[in-house]
Design a protein around this ligand. Sequence first.
Ligand SMILES: [Ca+2]
Length: 406
Amino acid sequence: MTVQLCVSLTMETLLSLLAVLTASALATGTNTRTAIVYHREKACNPRMGNLAIGRSLWTDTVCGTNNTELYCTYTEYPDQTCKEPKCDKCNAAVHRLSHPASAMADSTFRIPRTWWQSARDIQREIIQLNLETIFFFTHLIMVFKSPRPAAMVLEGSQDFGLSWRPYKYFATNCTDSFKLEDDVQVKGALCTSRYSQAFPCSGGEVIYRTMSPPYSAVDPYSEKAQDQLKITNLRVQLLKQQSCPCQNKNLDIKPQSLAHYAVYDFIVKGSCFCNGHADHCTPTEGFRQVRTTSKLQVVHGRCVCKHNTAGPHCERCAPLYNDQPWKAANGKTGEANVCEKCKCNDHADSCHFDMDVWLTSGNRSGGVCDNCQHNTEGIRCQRCKPGFYRDLKIPFSSSDACKETR
Ligand SMILES: [Ca+2]
């Protein structure tokens, strides 16, 4: 999955290049030898990053929307004995006291740590990331400041939020909350209790990997993997709060000041989606970056296509390269599946793939040239149009190779 280079020198060419360099050094310039270096194209992928950086995160509520609220939190020592609770105020209108959703997407290494906090006493809350195009989603890391929820679900959309489907359910008890099996007992189950314990009361993590079994063995550019990896939106529904077990020991604090969700980090790891045909991406048209305090780079969505491919996600062949059907690169074998150029004798700017021509050629060449110019015709612009004759004195690829018959 971490194939980076689109092009690689084969070991053979590296060795011969080295031999040539050594030889020319010895020859001290009296012998000129030319090294022809063959490049072999390889499947490649743009770098991974946090998709939440430079984009807006949305939540239903935020702490202290209408006025200043008091809240308290518990933390515990490593041996799970409770520390004294800490209380503070929040107010969304006062920068120093505000805990907006954007605080989940700033740098993980910022000190003091920043966080988003929900309003008090709510059970259901949504954290959502909307992307401007399709991206590859590989994993999610959440670090909670409050105790982790007793029940939550991670969902993705591939159609800009029209439809959603669950990636994973998280619950202290999968059967009670969702009537699902727990992957702690049943490998590969859709629910897990792994990230829902009450301890730690602060700093608990939730981790999800899209390519965990049964998908980890699959080529990341295959249709099956893409169906799992592609997203335009991601959301986490927090469904049920869980209180810190320390709470029972201290009855002075009102329970509602403890009842909130708080999250330090919401890290959506992923990359631009290029079918294995690009190692670099630029901003999608119309994309407006949210001001970010993070030094980390924004992951952009428009591929700079290689392998003679084109389109925002390198999802088709470039205009003159449709001699074979388009294919995604193969992330497992590293095969680039480069788009092949049509043979149009320099008389056309584009071609299209034709299945009949492909089958007739014995699956070798299916390109049909479009709009043959320079008075040529044929599926390869390989002959002069009626009323024109071929001038044999000049190459056929020349623009005046077909002359008008007088
Ligand atoms: Ca933060």
